[in-house]
Design a protein around this ligand. Structure first.
Ligand SMILES: [Zn+2]
Length: 238
């Protein structure tokens, strides 16, 4: 059974089709491309029960994601998030069945992590070494973090007045390997480095560092210079 049932890319406007095994940007008509899957074939090979029996994360739906080689999956544990009943608020609003889907607990603290996990994994599979994107904030944070994990160079451009937290997340992502960028997490890794240097931690020992926060928890504590793209095209440090 294939890992992915992706069949092709297609343009929703002019219907032109493209191979999912090559890099594409937009359709030649300028429209974004969509992904098509061989659902008829998948129908014979997959049941809802089989999906439910898998690990509860995004990649349990791999047949319906475009990455064809499981080795190319870049994951930071993005996945299932809780549906929480908001009883008090619901009562106050006279909506007795009010729920919140809490997407704030996935890597980088936004639902954009899902798209970034899949997009960066596919880019890796296609041999992409660099990517660039415009953003207003949290998509950039997600894409830069996953790109860092995948060893893909990411250039993220956002307005100067974008939230400091998103700007700092993008800026520090390149130097880190995962989502451990809160001060406590950084301190834990610093401690591990020191303990290894001093011989307290042996080479063959497994070390698990506990990160107690998600994303840049205190953005003002990250002292980092972010280049500003001026109107004339030059980059200045501010
Ligand atoms: Zn088109």
């Amino acid at each position: 059974m294939p890992f992915s049932y992706v069949s092709h890319l297609y343009c929703p406007k002019c219907k032109k089709e493209y191979s999912p095994k090559e890099k594409h940007q937009l359709c030649e008509c300028g429209s974004p491309l969509l992904v098509a899957y061989d659902l008829e074939r998948l129908k014979d090979n997959l049941t809802p029960e089989a999906v439910q029996s898998r690990e509860p994360n995004l990649w349990r739906y791999h047949e319906l994601l475009p990455v064809e080689d499981p080795e190319k999956v870049i994951s930071l544990g993005e996945g299932m998030t809780p549906l929480i009943k908001m009883s008090k608020l619901g009562k106050e609003m006279n909506i007795p069945n009010l729920y919140m889907k809490d997407e704030g607990i996935i890597p980088t603290g936004s639902f954009k992590a899902r798209g970034a996990a899949v997009g960066v994994s596919k880019a890796k599979e296609l041999g992409v070494e660099q990517l660039a994107m415009p953003t207003n904030g949290n998509a950039g944070a997600a894409w830069s973090l996953y790109s860092s994990r995948a060893d893909i160079k990411a250039t993220v451009v956002m307005p100067k007045d974008a939230p400091v937290i998103a700007r700092n997340e993008c800026a520090v992502a390149g130097e880190l390997e995962g989502s451990f960028i809160c001060p406590e997490g950084a301190a834990t890794f610093l401690a591990a480095r020191r303990l290894r240097e001093e011989g307290w931690i042996k080479e063959n020992e497994t070390v698990v560092a506990l990160n107690t926060g998600l994303g840049v928890k205190y953005p003002n504590m990250v002292d980092i210079e972010v280049p500003v793209l001026e109107r004339n095209g030059s980059l200045t440090k501010k």
